[in-house]
Design a protein. Structure first.
Length: 137
């Protein structure tokens, strides 16, 4: 006589294990959600840095041709600052020496995740970039 196993595939769990999956999900979900939101915030910061780099470069290119046209430089930067809130964008144009012109941009953004904000030590994160080009004669 052989002994038969009473285990069946898809059988219900023992009464003490019925809520185990729900408890595990409840414990891990907040951590995974905050991780996901942190990844999104870092992606936003990377996007803003890329946009600032491109806008500073285009502004410096315009400034290298028209170094005395401050309004035109700002308009060029603002036109290239796609996706940014222009009210929090700071544009500074300077001439470090007689041959070059520099366009420096600073942008403030508020992270969605409090952990990312606390990692930077503030409720807003400052992203900045600059470009320097030789003035064309």
């Amino acid at each position: 006589m052989t002994k038969q196993s009473h285990f069946r595939a898809g059988a219900s769990l023992a009464p003490a294990e019925r809520g185990q999956e729900l408890v595990e999900f409840a414990l891990t979900f907040p951590v995974l959600f905050m991780l996901l939101m942190g990844i999104l915030d870092m992606g936003r910061a990377t996007f803003y840095n890329s946009v600032l780099y491109n806008a500073a470069r285009e502004g410096a290119r315009y400034a290298s041709i028209y170094p005395s046209d401050d309004v035109g430089i700002q308009d060029t930067v603002k036109a290239k600052a796609v996706g940014l809130d222009l009210n929090t964008l700071t544009i500074v144009t300077s001439m470090p020496d007689g041959d070059n012109i520099r366009v420096a941009l600073t942008y403030q953004f508020a992270p969605i995740t409090p952990i990312v904000a606390s990692a930077f030590g503030a409720s807003e994160v400052t992203v900045s970039n600059q470009a320097t080009m030789r003035i064309e004669d």
